[in-house]
Design a protein around this ligand. Structure first.
Ligand code: GDP
Ligand code: MG
Length: 180
């Protein structure tokens, strides 16, 4: 059995996006495989982590969450520091959250380290009856900024692992050149 703390690479990821798009819920789903609408509201953690094995390497994926300060657009530059990959999120039922992706990309450009990996995530795919942003719109925006794109549901778990693991793989590929 793997000893806790025994890993080959540490992958530090950040969550970014408007308030209420489901960032904390995605963190809970990925790291703890659960969804709890009530619990998430009071969550006060800085980060959670999950250990996975990819291509025979043990990755410790650390995912940082905002503490709700994005509601006031007062995320401090320190939040971005040392991030290797960023999961930029919107809510498919909230057009404004999609239109604000440009804002979050600008913030990342301004405060993030050079060469930070990014992935675009349209969350709440289980609420397709309330959809306000089409998959094509998401894909188009992602392509424009050379990002991979996923539509996820923190509620059902759909595509959540895929999104986080895809960016973790990109980080490993970028930082450890012996990986193909
Ligand atoms: P944050 O402010 O971006 O961290 O968003 P939260 O994780 O706090 O989620 C905001 C609200 O959206 C909460 O009521 C969540 O239960 C709900 N939510 C988050 N993700 C999903 C999802 O994938 N599907 C549905 N139906 N609700 C979600
Ligand atoms: Mg949150």
């Amino acid at each position: 059995m793997a000893v806790t703390g025994d890993y080959d690479h540490l992958v530090k990821l950040l969550l970014l996006g408007d308030s209420a798009v489901g960032k904390s819920s995605l963190l809970m789903r990925f790291c703890e495989s659960k969804f709890d609408a009530n619990f998430v509201l009071t969550i006060g953690v800085d980060f959670k982590w999950k250990q996975v094995e990819r291509e025979n390497r043990k990755l410790k994926i650390q995912v940082w969450d905002t503490a709700g300060q994005e509601r006031f657009r007062t995320i401090t530059p320190a939040y971005y520091r040392a991030a290797m990959g960023v999961v930029i999120c919107y809510d498919i039922t909230d057009k404004a959250s999609f239109e604000h992706i440009d804002y979050w990309l600008q913030q990342l450009e301004q405060h993030g380290d050079e060469g930070v990996q990014r992935v675009l995530v349209g969350n709440k795919s289980d609420l397709s009856e309330n959809r306000k942003v089409t998959r094509e719109e998401g894909e188009k925006l992602a392509a424009q900024y050379s990002m991979k794109f996923f539509e996820t549901s923190a509620k059902t778990g759909q595509e959540v692992d895929e999104a986080f693991l895809s960016i973790a793989d990109e980080v490993v590929k970028q930082r450890y050149s012996d990986v193909q």
